[in-house]
Structure formats: C-alpha cells, structure tokens
Design a binder for this molecule. Structure first.
Ligand code: E4P
Length: 227
C-alpha cells in the first residue's frame, strides 16, 4: 500500500475482464458482486452454477485482496452453509449477508469464526448500528437506490459517519449503489472508508476535457520546438 489511509475504491461488477483492467491502474482495493450483477454477465449458464460462480470469484481474488460474494439463502442455517463454503474458497473472500434479523445472526456467527462479512441492503442508521454490533466487518448503505426513491442517499452516509465518529466500531462503511462522480466526491468528504463503483462510472473518473486539451497543446508545442 502506498498511502497511510485513503478511501478504498472497489469495482461493482461480476465481470472479470473489468476487474483485470481497472486493477492494472494500481488503484483498485476490492470488488463487490451481487446476484443481479452475476446474472447480468450471464456467467452461470454452465452445468454447475456454484462452480461457475466460484471460478469468477477466484479469478477476481488474483487481482484484489477483498471480493464480496453474496449468500442467497434467507435463513440463518442456509447463510451459514453458503458463507462457510465461500470463505473456504479463498482468504480474500468476504461473505455478503443481507440486512435482516437472520442476517444479523449470520454476521454474529461469522465474526465468531473469523469469517469476514459485508452487510448489504442497508438503508438506515439503525440498520447500520445493528449490523456493526452483530459483527459486520463492512456495511453497505445503498445511496443510489435511496436517491431513486426520492430520498437523499448521501445524507445517510453523513449521518452514519457522524455516528461512527463517537464509537469504536470495527466496521467499515462502504458507499454502495453509486451512480455519478458526485457520490464518490461526497463519500470522500464524509470520510467513508470504501466506495464501490460500477465499471462505466469508474472509467469516467480519470477523465477531464482540460487534461486532454492540455496534452494536445503540449504535444503541438513540442512539435514546433523540434522544427
Ligand atoms: C454493492 O455491493 C451493491 O450490490 C451495488 O452497489 C448495488 O448497486 P445498484 O443499486 O446499482 O444495483
């Protein structure tokens, strides 16, 4: 790591080519997947859905130290079984658990076993506090979906970070469901620990028209010097 502390940047995707591409920039700290992203990539068409998902996740683990793999069970016993299976695949895997009372039981169980977790579908400060107290290593408030519903997603991040500043939660706040660069700017301003970003949005971040115009002018002027 080349810095003491900065907001971590994750890629929100189930596409392994995208992970390899962005990881090559030297700025990628992790990946978040979810069942919808996996379905979008159409990666589970083989004979064994579990084997295909495992292949995708293990490929990502070659590039980044943190890959969230989401359980699809809704009861504690099922989450425990799935989560233990995922965690056995690779030490970089973080088990993603939904924010439900069954999920809270699973978070507590996984913490006692040293299995890392990310709580998904967090939409309120009380949910954030419960997940952190149950033992989540990461919580994922969904800012874009709150915006879509007519609420202010980044207000939730501000409130969670304010609450976190009073306590010693061993739980990182991951800004999820980002839709535009403003979400990333505000996540950093509020001191969020992690931001997960879809591929198309990630590709916009290094670009500025004045950078392109500046490079063109430098190169044009250099040509004049050479003549
Ligand atoms: C990340 O962990 C979430 O699954 C993701 O950011 C959800 O984003 P969406 O609201 O665009 O589906």
């Amino acid at each position: 790591m080349r810095y003491y502390f900065a907001m971590k940047l994750f890629l929100d995707t189930a596409n392994t080519d995208y992970v390899a591409e962005i990881a090559a920039w030297g700025v990628l700290d992790g990946v978040t997947t979810n069942p919808s992203l996996v379905a979008k990539e159409g990666t589970l068409r083989g004979v064994s859905r579990q084997a295909d998902f495992k292949k995708v996740v293990l490929e990502m683990c070659k590039h980044v130290p943190c890959v969230s793999a989401q359980v699809t069970s809704t009861d504690f016993a099922g989450m425990k079984k799935e989560g233990e299976e995922y965690a056995s695949w690779h030490k970089h895997i973080v088990v993603k658990v939904p924010m439900t009372t069954e999920g809270l039981k699973a978070l507590s169980y996984f913490r006692s076993k040293g299995i890392k977790t990310n709580t998904t579908l967090v939409f309120s400060v009380p949910q954030a506090i419960l997940a952190a107290k149950a033992g989540a290593n990461i919580i994922s408030p969904f800012v874009g979906r709150l915006d879509d519903a007519g609420e202010d997603g980044m207000k939730l991040i501000k409130e969670i970070m304010e609450a976190w500043s009073h306590y010693g939660f061993d739980c990182e706040v991951l800004v999820a469901s980002t839709r535009h660069p403003g979400h990333i700017v505000d996540a950093a301003r509020y001191g969020a620990h992690i931001c997960t970003i879809p591929y198309d949005l990630f590709k916009k971040l290094p670009v500025h028209p004045l950078t392109d115009a500046g490079i063109k002018r430098f190169l044009d002027d250099w040509e004049k010097v050479k003549k």
